[in-house]
Write a protein that binds this ligand. Structure first.
Ligand SMILES: Nc1ncnc2c1ncn2[C@@H]1O[C@H](COP(=O)(O)OP(=O)(O)OP(=O)(O)O)[C@@H](O)[C@H]1O
Length: 222
């Protein structure tokens, strides 16, 4: 599995000056089981890049270039057909559903009936949270929410993962434990991953970190 971005340029449709380019000719390939980290100042276009890869392009932007997942162009696919999992800093668990139901909604429609709850419960068991299955997500801690959000993302069997500051709401002690656990889970599944962060400590050791904004003259091996 690999995620490739080829000659991506992103333009702001409403820029007041001539310099309407947010991302200038960015190309990178992220291989299976590796993490590319993007670090850079606020407003430099990191989240916009992730949203374009995931298929949620704001009408305020347009782009040129290609996005390929496993060598297949996905730029014209709807977000739900892209097989890309995305995790934001604000976990988006549904507050009106229980922890278990939040996991069940991620399962493919081909899994029916009681099996859906069974799989959700097994998933909770893997993260030692089975006792919280029927709680509202409003009644669990930030760290527990973070783990449930990751498992929900993985249940959808993505082919690539995008992480937009997923650790920023966690306190320091939880943060490093959760980070290590998350990178292990992603590696186990051989998923290509792009991580956006402000914190140097989040960058996984031995992997590529790219300082953003992107400058065309840089070369990169990810
Ligand atoms: N919908 C929008 N319409 C117009 N401009 C936008 C829109 N969303 C973001 N921007 C602008 O585009 C630029 C890039 O924003 P983006 O959120 O991608 O940056 P970022 O690097 O992820 O920042 P942060 O680290 O603060 O999340 C910023 O200048 C921002 O103000």
């Amino acid at each position: 599995m690999s995620l490739t971005i080829s000659h991506l340029s992103v333009f702001n449709n409403h820029s007041e000056n001539d310099n309407n380019i947010l991302i200038d000719d960015f190309s990178v390939s992220v291989d299976k089981g590796t993490v590319l980290t993007l670090m850079g100042p606020s407003g430099s276009g990191k989240s916009t890049l992730l949203s374009i890869i995931a298929g949620f392009v704001s009408p305020d932007f347009h782009y040129t270039g290609e996005i390929l997942l496993n060598q297949k162009r996905i730029g014209s696919e709807k977000p739900e057909n892209r097989n890309i999992g995305i995790l934001f800093q604000d976990d988006l668990l549904f507050p009106h559903l229980s922890v278990c139901e939040n996991l069940m909604v991620a399962l493919p429609n081909s899994i029916k009936g009681k099996l859906r709850r069974e799989i959700a419960l097994q998933t909770l068991q893997q993260i030692n949270l089975q006792h919280l299955a029927d709680r509202s997500t409003l009644q669990i801690s930030g760290g527990q929410k973070a783990r449930v959000s990751v498992m929900r993302l993985l249940l959808a069997e993505p082919h690539a993962v995008l992480l937009d500051e997923p650790f920023s709401k966690l306190d320091k002690s939880l943060r490093s434990e959760f980070r290590d656990w998350l990178f292990t889970e992603l590696k186990k599944r051989n998923l290509p991953t792009i991580l956006v962060t402000h914190d140097n400590e989040d960058c996984p050791i031995g992997q590529t970190t790219l300082h953003w904004p992107w400058h065309k003259e840089e070369t990169l091996d990810a």
